[in-house]
Design a protein around this ligand. Structure first.
Ligand SMILES: CC(=O)N[C@H]1[C@@H](OP(=O)(O)OP(=O)(O)OC[C@H]2O[C@@H](n3ccc(=O)[nH]c3=O)[C@H](O)[C@@H]2O)O[C@H](CO)[C@@H](O)[C@@H]1O[C@H](C)C(=O)N[C@@H](C)C(=O)N[C@H](CCC(=O)O)C(=O)O
Ligand SMILES: Nc1ncnc2c1ncn2[C@@H]1O[C@H](COP(=O)(O)OP(=O)(O)OP(=O)(O)O)[C@@H](O)[C@H]1O
Length: 556
């Protein structure tokens, strides 16, 4: 089937041009489900499925519409719009079948857990990873923090190596010559598979993608096998979805299994990094130690060698790290003596970890060490801009916008902007998101009070919650430290709206100070009570700095 090329504003509308339709009967039998409501004069072998959608609003003619149960709706409620948009059949669960009733007007495949079938179906329909190996080299990055940065890094190295690359992540999707803003970190399975085919059709040879824990839990990357999957770290976040850190770990660990990846690179912070060490063991046990590279940022042994099945410890360790401008240069050394010189222009030690992970993922994909070294030396690919990630907006004061929105990221971002030799203060503007993991709010307040001199608590995306109540929960954490006398911060303010908080921070800052606006990074709208308000921290911070420079107001 030929789809006409068009400019996509939403990733779900981007479809490959060449799709060889698959018979509904074949898809139905692959699910093991029941095929119902086939019109009497129709042959299911002749009903052609040429696309897949899990949202009625993105259904195209010939699609299988997967009507899935959700938190708010059952997709079966939207079958009529899907049919009007041209859906050829429906895939649903028994509850959906009941909603559809006895005359849905479309053939229906009923299976107990349809969401878990969508990835495999989309793979078959879009031929996203052809068996003959003609697909893209595919890189996945998972972990609590650093996914976006690391995928930008792998993408940048791949381009320096001469590959034509695609990207799927939190900020944007690059596919088929288009740059599409992202709605999710990892899109839904039909979109992911369609994107991989679009990339292949347009001549792309490699792609990097972020894989969130939501993506694994909601089967968004089912049916995909990566060449190399990388793990950044696991720290507290998303407990609203996973409940416990153990469950969160278990979901991330699913990426490091033979069904989902051939090889892995696992970053371990140090010998006390329980989750990194466990992920390294898990990956080695699942994929075979020869297919896993473990990189230790500090230490060097993956903790207790005695318990390590291979007694291998870390494969790669870090040597001779030094500052290079606001970034770092360092050397990665393998147990066998090989070494790689790496440097990144992005600030923060965590970007050393991200840069190391990206370089080792490229190496794990089979690129020769000498070739990689040449592009690292000649093209400086790890100094690429990553929108809203430690993005430097101004100097004097050092003014940075960063996406840190969980406790670990906030602590690291604050450490990264701490002026050396104690000759400046750290002024922080941040908030916490509504309708998401609440337990991190007081923790982030504590970290702010511990690591910053001036704490300005403002609003993030309150979503449906009362912004003042969210600020209060964050402030309670900050104040507990101030009251106990263990805070670095001497001033804790609550200022809303956020644009005013940013101006206040700049107003308070002297030339030696650092102002960091954390939590929203590249985002350009703030959602309050269901309404999107334009807000770009980078633009607000730049405007505040300009106003100050133009002398429109005095420093306080
Ligand atoms: C918790 C979560 O991830 N929920 C996702 C899930 O929602 P749901 O199944 O509850 O959907 P629902 O709204 O009840 O609707 C049920 C079904 O009806 C369909 N529907 C609904 C309305 C309509 O008009 N037509 C229609 O077909 C929906 O597509 C859905 O299949 O399926 C929806 C359809 O794809 C997603 O949009 C939705 O993501 C929401 C928007 C979301 O915010 N997800 C976030 C938390 C997320 O996934 N974040 C991670 C990264 C987090 C991080 O690392 O920071 C990500 O990968 O982006
Ligand atoms: N390796 C790391 N360890 C800890 N914190 C990090 C690391 N890399 C980046 N960060 C911090 O986390 C923030 C988010 O980084 P990035 O966007 O690269 O991660 P992410 O995993 O894609 O996050 P998200 O899924 O929420 O978009 C950064 O702005 C920075 O403050």
């Amino acid at each position: 089937m030929e789809n006409s090329p068009e400019i996509a504003t939403d990733a779900a509308s981007l479809r490959p041009a060449g799709v060889s339709a698959v018979a509904l009967s074949r898809l139905a039998s692959a699910t093991g489900g029941q095929l119902l409501h086939v019109p009497q004069n129709a042959d299911p072998d002749e009903i052609a499925i040429s696309g897949v959608s899990i949202d009625s609003r993105s259904v195209r003619s010939g699609d299988l519409y997967a009507a899935l149960p959700g938190a708010r709706f059952h997709g079966a409620d939207f079958t009529r719009s899907a049919r009007e948009a041209g859906a050829a059949a429906v895939l649903t669960d028994p509850a959906g079948a009941q909603i559809l009733g006895s005359d849905p007007g479309l053939p229906v495949v009923v299976t107990p857990d349809p969401r878990s079938q969508v990835g495999a179906i989309a793979r078959a329909v879009y031929d996203s990873q052809p068996e003959d190996g003609s697909g893209l080299s595919l890189f996945a990055v998972t972990g609590t923090n650093g996914k976006t940065t690391t995928t930008y890094f792998t993408n940048s190295i791949l381009r320096a190596l001469g590959e034509t690359t695609g990207l799927i992540g939190t900020i944007e999707i690059l596919a088929g010559g288009q740059r599409i803003p992202s709605r999710l970190t990892t899109p839904e399975a039909p979109t992911v598979h369609a994107l991989l085919s679009v990339m292949r059709e347009s001549g792309m040879t490699a792609a990097s993608m972020e894989v969130s824990s939501h993506a694994i839990a909601f089967h968004r990357v089912d049916g995909i096998r990566y060449d190399v999957a990388g793990f950044t770290n696991l720290t507290q976040d998303h407990l609203d979805l996973h409940g416990t850190m153990e469950a969160y770990f278990g979901v991330k660990a699913q990426l490091f299994t033979p069904e989902r990846t051939q090889r892995a690179v696992i970053a371990v912070a140090d010998d006390d990094d329980e989750w990194g060490i466990r992920m390294a063991r898990h990956a080695r046990a699942q994929l075979g130690a020869e297919n896993v590279d473990v990189f230790a940022m500090r230490g060097g042994v993956v903790a207790d060698r005695e318990e390590d099945p291979d007694r291998r410890g870390a494969d790669w360790t870090l040597r001779s790290m030094s500052r290079r401008g606001i970034g770092h240069r360092f050397e990665l050394v393998h147990r066998d003596g090989r070494s790689l010189r790496v440097s990144t222009g992005l600030p923060g030690e965590f970007n050393v970890a991200n840069a190391a992970l990206a370089a080792l993922m490229i190496l794990a994909s089979g690129v020769e060490l000498e070739t990689l070294q040449r592009v690292l030396d000649d093209d400086d690919p790890l100094t690429t801009d990553v929108p809203g990630r430690m993005q430097l907006i101004g100097t004097e004061p050092t003014a940075v916008v960063d996406f840190a929105h969980n406790p670990d990221a906030l602590a690291r971002a604050l450490a990264a902007v701490d002026p050396p030799d104690g000759d400046g203060r750290v002024i922080l503007v941040f908030g916490a998101t509504g309708d998401r993991d609440r337990t991190k709010r007081p923790l982030m307040g504590e970290i702010a009070a511990r690591e910053a001199d001036v704490v300005i608590i403002s609003d993030d995306d309150p979503h449906g919650e009362d912004p003042a109540a969210i600020r209060e929960e964050v402030a309670a954490g900050a104040r507990s430290l101030v009251e106990a006398g263990t805070a670095r911060a001497v001033e804790v303010y609550e200022i809303s709206p956020r644009a005013v908080a940013i101006r206040s921070a700049v107003q308070m800052a002297g030339p030696q100070d650092s102002v960091i606006v954390a939590g929203r990074g590249h985002e350009t709208v703030q959602e309050i009570a269901g309404v999107d308000h334009p807000l770009d921290d980078r633009a607000e911070l730049r405007a505040a700095l300009d106003e100050m420079q133009e002398g429109r107001w005095e420093r306080r």
